[in-house]
Write a protein that binds this ligand. Sequence first.
Ligand SMILES: [Zn+2]
Length: 211
Amino acid sequence: MSVFIDKVTVGQWYENAYLLYNEHEGWLIDPGDDFDVLDDAFGKKNIKLKGIINTHAHFDHLGAVAQFKEKYNLPFFIHSLDKRLVGQANLYRKLAKGVGVFSTPAIDGFIDQIPSFRLGDRQIAVVHTPGHTPGSVTFVIDNNIIVGDLIFSETIGRTDLPGGNLPLLNQSVNKILGDFKGFKVYPGHGKEFVITEEYTRLINNEMINGG
Ligand SMILES: [Zn+2]
């Protein structure tokens, strides 16, 4: 069975929401804002939505979770170490001058306590990649990794936001660069890219020079 990954960039922070799916079913990843736009793009495919899995719990990645849960009766999963950030998301959203209504979504399960997520005959592997937030995770399927705000096409993730930790982030980046050479990366902001040797050099330099 095929694996498809569609991206829609939403909201005032240009966050990438993804739908990971095959011919029959799919998972929503980081539905960050603009519920109507996402529902138009992702809700109208002729597949069964299985649930929402988030790379992390920053406010710009959570904005449409509650509405998707309500409309499609979907479970929402996040790493247990980001539980507190879910509760604080609305506060941080206001501090960041967020517009629009936000309702805090209920959490239905913790990613780190579930043995595996499946998409048809494939397993979606979960790698704990803390640093941007304590509970940041990377989802792996075939030759694709969905990394949240761990790395971007030209830089590493920020650690000056709630829950950030630079040494932990550097560790997580090294692990991903080492374990997923040649993989296609789907980041939380900006364009997709591949982990090439050139990319690895660029990021290593940034880590050595302190970003
Ligand atoms: Zn973030």
